[in-house]
Design a protein around this ligand. Structure first.
Ligand SMILES: C=C(O[C@@H]1C=C(C(=O)O)C=C[C@H]1O)C(=O)O
Length: 395
């Protein structure tokens, strides 16, 4: 999807994915950052501009990695040599790569406790209706903590995730050692910049897909006609247009809002295109200005982030942050870091969230997060519906 291979003399063949500091792969192309590499001095997003200026970035080099969900937390960005992403194995080969046995899978919080947090958020939305600065949307997430009987092999999991042509798979090394990484398969483009042109493709409003074609069609139709989901979606589009407008001479949503999908989910999506006033603004700074959008945080953003901190049992870390890359010309692509897992040795933590607005149903939202875990669970060799434990929906 949204990735253009880096066309520079510095391109080097990559044979060993474990030598990459980060890699991104869409259906058509991919990019990786390889050694010699160093970490950009870590800091919060407010200091990113000055840290980038101090670092400088030569031709053939790329900065890539992850911005955390919280704007005050430290990022993890690598300055590396731009390379083509490691080759994608064929489906049969991907499936054949061995995976460890998962010894335990622990929902944190449980689906029931998550639904209770959603109900609390709905009460806040209800109580504040009509007030200035009222909470109108909030995205709440839950996690699955996994323990395997051997180290979780990121390349094998990535190879399986990459079989879905509608996602961009990502892998970025995190501080704390070579086996600590954020991996995932995101369908959501935060921002791509090529010269003076930018594109964003926010998603919000979801429905799980079905293997039965009639039920799948009905799910898509229900989503496209859902007033709740359209409201949930509009918050994101309006927010992105507001942030990008001062940077652009042209800004439009040429196709309006439509349905988009991965192998496991339907979403409402709106492609936003723009022309920059200043084509030299680095894509990473535009991504940092946009992040976190109401697709992962809420409206108003600062209050929603604070309430997320109160209602979720642990900080999100890099989940729902932004992952991507930025080259010496400032071109690049940044994605919303969803459908992700933070892996470290034998352990993994999967995250999934859902947008809550007036009219949301707590257990339906728990089910939506359960469905969003599906692709990663399958890539780890587990049943797709293993994240549905504790979800009780009326028949
Ligand atoms: C927060 C997540 O997904 C986001 C929330 C969505 C929603 O609430 O409908 C849809 C797509 C993403 O923007 C996630 O997958 O964890």
């Amino acid at each position: 999807m949204n990735i253009r291979p880096h066309e520079s003399d510095a391109i080097q063949p990559v044979t060993r994915p474990e030598n990459c500091l980060f890699s991104f792969r869409g259906p058509r192309a991919g990019i990786a950052g390889c050694g010699p590499a160093r970490m950009l001095p870590r800091g919060a997003v407010a200091t990113l501009d000055s840290r980038l200026a101090a670092a400088g970035l030569g031709d053939g080099m790329v900065i890539g990695g992850a911005l955390p969900f919280e704007r005050e937390a430290e990022d993890c960005l690598w300055q590396a040599v731009a390379c083509p992403a490691p080759p994608l194995p064929a489906q049969a080969q991907a499936q054949a790569q061995p995976l460890p046995t998962i010894r335990s899978l622990q929902p944190q919080p449980s689906a029931g406790d998550y639904a209770a947090a959603v109900a609390r958020a709905l009460r806040i939305i209800e109580d504040e209706t009509g007030r200035p600065d009222a909470l109108a949307k909030i995205v709440l997430s839950r996690t699955l903590a996994l323990e395997a009987d051997a180290p979780i092999p990121a390349p094998a999991v990535m190879a399986r995730l990459a079989q879905d042509p509608d996602v961009t798979t990502y892998h970025t090394r995190l501080p704390g050692g070579p086996d600590h990484a954020l991996i995932g398969a995101t369908p959501e483009l935060l921002l791509r910049k090529s010269g003076g042109r930018i594109v964003s493709h926010p998603l919000a409003g979801s429905a799980p897909r079905s293997t039965d074609p009639a039920a799948d069609h009905a799910a898509a139709k229900g989503l496209s006609q859902s007033d709740k989901d359209r409201r949930e979606h509009r918050f994101v589009v309006e927010y992105i247009l507001d942030i990008l407008a001062p940077h652009c001479t042209e800004l439009a949503c040429p196709e309006g809002t439509g349905l988009t999908h991965t192998r496991s989910m339907w979403h409402l999506g709106t492609r936003i295109t723009g022309r920059l006033r200043d084509a030299a603004v680095p894509s990473i700074l535009l991504a940092a200005a946009l992040h976190p959008t109401p697709a992962v945080c809420g409206v108003p953003a600062t209050r929603a982030a604070r309430i997320i901190g109160e209602l979720e049992p642990r900080p999100r870390g890099f989940y729902a942050g932004a992952v991507g890359w930025n080259d010496a010309q400032g071109d690049g692509a940044w994605f919303v870091a969803i459908r992700s897992a933070e892996i470290s040795g034998n352990h993994a933590r999967l995250h999934a969230g859902a947008g809550i607005v007036r009219g949301s149903d707590p257990m339906e939202e728990a089910a939506e997060t359960g469905a969003k875990f599906g692709a990663l669970l399958a890539a780890l060799g587990l049943p797709r519906d293993a994240g549905m434990a504790g979800v009780t929906l009326p028949a």
